[in-house]
Ligand binder design. Structure first.
Ligand SMILES: [Zn+2]
Length: 363
């Protein structure tokens, strides 16, 4: 059913299902006056996909307002993050949905009862996976709709996406400077010790955030789990929220603390919160904690093609290449990693968000 995948790409999980309406999502044809209804099995499929963190959208040839109103009456409208309801080609709406979500075509599925519509989408978007309407109630049993792990954040992915849309539309309409805008968001950040149940979403985060992973090193769930009970290692989970809702887990840090030097081995933050200064806030907080403990702070940094923005964050926070005697206390590096150093001094609390953080220095 699916189109050709890019070479060497494993069969990946579908990230968004695009539904046709007439005789696919609901029984009947709205414009022909049918009293269209959603079958219970279809409803269970919609709710099931949503709980697995798979986004859903609509592509339908209909008049927009009555079709959307009917989705609301049927109690399913909230499950769709985007709806392209009109008279253009379906390949255009599926492409727009993929673009707006920033999803690769091979992670998008399209389901429609009309063979001609599936063929039209397949012709223009050969990587989109097309399914006939009869497959709708089987989707939850197929491997491509079954993510390996479902975390608390993936279950909330749709709500987080919808909150982000509201946030961005407000940002567009806000004419003030960005610091004023940030203050208007009521941003809150919490830095806490990660628990065992946090670890799989921490791993998901380091996989998803290659752009903002300062070490370019992947720590697996098992790697992090092994360090959970190690008294010298601190695994820190960063979560953020604002007045629109939660951003979920947005960062992870791994620090080995010693009496003379603290070693920051991993820092990854989600690109969703870059504009909120999340990386800089975490770094400044760590510098302040190390200053309180009287320890120097050394960060592993391996430049990759994608994490340049993280190097900027380190330099801006005051890290340098200076050679300090404390470096001799650390195990030798792999040769691919730079060691950025700072002799910490106390830092003021962040100005644009409320920070609640576990006191590391007192530990
Ligand atoms: Zn030093």
């Amino acid at each position: 059913m699916s189109g050709p995948l890019p070479p060497n790409e494993p069969v990946s999980t579908v990230k968004c299902v695009v539904w046709d309406l007439d005789n696919t999502l609901w029984k009947g044809t709205l414009l022909e006056g049918d009293d269209v209804v959603v079958d219970d099995l279809i409803r269970e499929t919609i709710v099931g996909l949503d709980s697995r963190g798979i986004l859903q959208a609509v592509s339908s040839k209909n008049d927009h307002d009555p079709a959307w109103q009917r989705l609301e009456e049927l109690g399913v409208a909230e499950y769709f993050v985007l709806a392209k309801i009109g008279w253009g080609p379906k390949s255009t709406s599926v492409r727009e949905i993929a673009d707006e979500l920033k999803f690769a075509h091979h992670t998008v599925a399209f389901i429609d009862d009309q063979p001609a519509e599936r063929a039209e989408v397949q012709f223009h978007l050969p990587q989109v996976r097309c399914y006939p309407a009869e497959s709708a109630t089987e989707l939850l049993t197929l491997p491509e709709f079954t993510p390996a792990t479902v975390t608390a954040d993936s279950r909330r992915r749709r709500q987080m996406y919808q909150a982000n849309v509201r946030r961005e539309s407000e940002q567009e309409s806000f004419g003030g400077p960005s610091e004023e805008f940030l203050l208007s968001l009521d941003l809150e950040m919490e830095i806490s010790r990660a628990t065992a149940s946090d670890l799989s979403r921490m791993e998901e985060l380091t996989l998803r955030t290659s752009q903002m992973n300062a070490t370019g090193v992947h720590y697996s769930d098992a790697d992090l789990r092994a360090l959970l009970d190690d008294a010298r290692h601190e695994i820190l989970a960063v979560t953020m929220s604002d007045r629109f809702g939660s951003h979920g887990a947005v960062g992870v840090a791994l620090v080995e603390t010693g009496p003379a030097v603290w070693h920051l081995k991993l820092l990854a933050t989600s690109c969703r919160v870059v504009s909120f200064g999340a990386g800089a806030t975490v770094l400044n907080w760590l510098v302040n904690e190390a200053a309180t403990a009287g320890a120097h702070l050394v960060a592993d940094f391996r430049p990759t093609t994608r994490n340049r923005i993280m190097e900027v964050a380190y330099r801006f926070a005051g890290f340098t290449d200076e050679l300090c005697t404390c470096l001799a206390e650390l195990p030798p590096d792999s040769g691919q990693t730079q060691r950025l150093h700072i002799t910490p001094a106390p830092r003021p609390a962040p100005g644009t968000l409320r920070l609640t953080a576990v006191p590391l220095a007192a530990a």
